[in-house]
Design a binder for this molecule. Structure first.
Ligand SMILES: [Mn+2]
Length: 345
């Protein structure tokens, strides 16, 4: 395992020089955020990003993510052109030696919360989700009432997209994912890139949209869609941990034993009701995920890939991108490295 940290590019208020000062963090996770979804990533742009990171004495180790166009997820006729573009971006990664690609296959919304500033008893704030609050959101007005998604779609765009998904069942979404992977994995394999699908967050359908990467059996099915090492997963402990039936350490052991965990997102969540949870500090004592057991499972399967602390709370008066402040994620990075050190004695 090696510790990484997510950086949102030159516009991120958290500078690479700060990230460089977190002990043990020598690599970052980033992406080109200003390109339209579906466009191929020019190699020169990715090279410039990698050079910016390199100038701070860090390495660009993971791309998170190259978004998958909705037309690919919908199985529309122009998906072949979009998949060809995707393959071009994967080849550019390979040429630059960036070997892990985190992506997801969630329709329309690739994460969802109903509160971005839930106050915790210690005076910090955290991201939270409550299915009942989500049910009260009226999407006929667009995404304006959705925390974090206000500017994503206007009412007409959103209604058209939701209508297009109305006839897409979970099984059809699986077929569209298989179609995508059958074409992208061979390219990734040749380029030396490992794909790492991010589990659905939260791991259940929302707004009637199918979500298929939620449970252990889904991860097993995923890696079997194309039986190649380049077809793997991101073990996101917080996403998976929001579903009480998920035994995250067991999932880490099972998928890790197949050598298909290529990236680890580590954070904790506390489930407070049926499809209701909030995020917590990273250590196991504060949430429902036993991170010691997760890291032990990863260690026992010989995990050598990148790990990053996932969302943090807002603490010490920090303000910024929800979940992606500096302080609490830095604490998480230190906690996770402490656990790992304990396993390597
Ligand atoms: Mn994650």
């Amino acid at each position: 395992m090696y510790m990484t940290f997510r950086w949102f590019g030159p516009s991120d208020p958290i500078s690479l020089t700060y990230i460089r000062q977190i002990p043990g963090v020598r690599a970052v996770v980033s992406a080109l955020y200003d390109l339209p979804v579906g466009a191929p990533w020019p190699r020169e742009r990715l090279e410039r990003l990698a050079a910016d990171v390199g100038a701070a004495d860090l390495k660009l180790a993971v791309v998170e993510s190259i978004p998958v166009h909705e037309d690919i997820k919908l199985g529309r006729p122009n998906r072949d052109r979009l998949i060809a573009n995707y393959c071009e971006s994967v080849r550019a990664m390979g040429q630059l030696g960036i070997s892990v690609l985190c992506y997801n296959f969630m329709p329309v919304f690739d994460w969802m919360r109903t509160d971005l500033e839930l106050p915790l008893p210690d005076g910090s704030t955290a991201l939270a989700y409550d299915d009942r609050a989500l049910a009260a959101v009226d999407l006929r007005r667009g995404t304006g009432d959705l925390p974090g998604w206000a500017a994503a779609y206007d009412a007409a765009e959103l209604q058209a997209l939701l209508a297009a998904y109305r006839d897409v069942t979970a099984e059809q979404l699986w077929e569209h994912l298989a179609y995508f992977l059958e074409r992208v994995v061979p390219v990734a394999a040749e380029a030396g890139v490992r794909l790492a699908i991010h589990p659905d967050d939260p791991p259940w359908p929302i707004f009637g949209l199918p979500r298929i990467i939620c449970r252990e059996r889904d991860l097993v099915r995923l890696v079997g869609l194309v039986d190649h090492r380049s077809n793997g997963v991101t073990l996101c402990t917080g996403s998976l941990g929001a579903l009480p039936e998920n035994d995250v350490p067991a999932m880490a052991r099972r998928i890790g034993a197949l050598d298909r965990i290529h990236f680890a997102h580590c954070r904790n969540v506390r489930v407070t009701g049926e499809r209701q949870f909030h995020e917590t500090p990273h250590p196991s004592a504060f949430g429902g995920v036993d991170l010691g057991a997760v890291l032990s499972a990863l260690h026992s399967t010989g995990f050598t890939g990148p790990m990053r602390p996932d969302h943090g709370r807002m603490i010490w008066g920090e303000r910024g991108r929800p979940g992606y402040g500096l302080y609490d994620r830095a604490l998480g990075a230190m906690y996770l490295q402490g656990l790992w050190e304990g396993l390597t004695q």
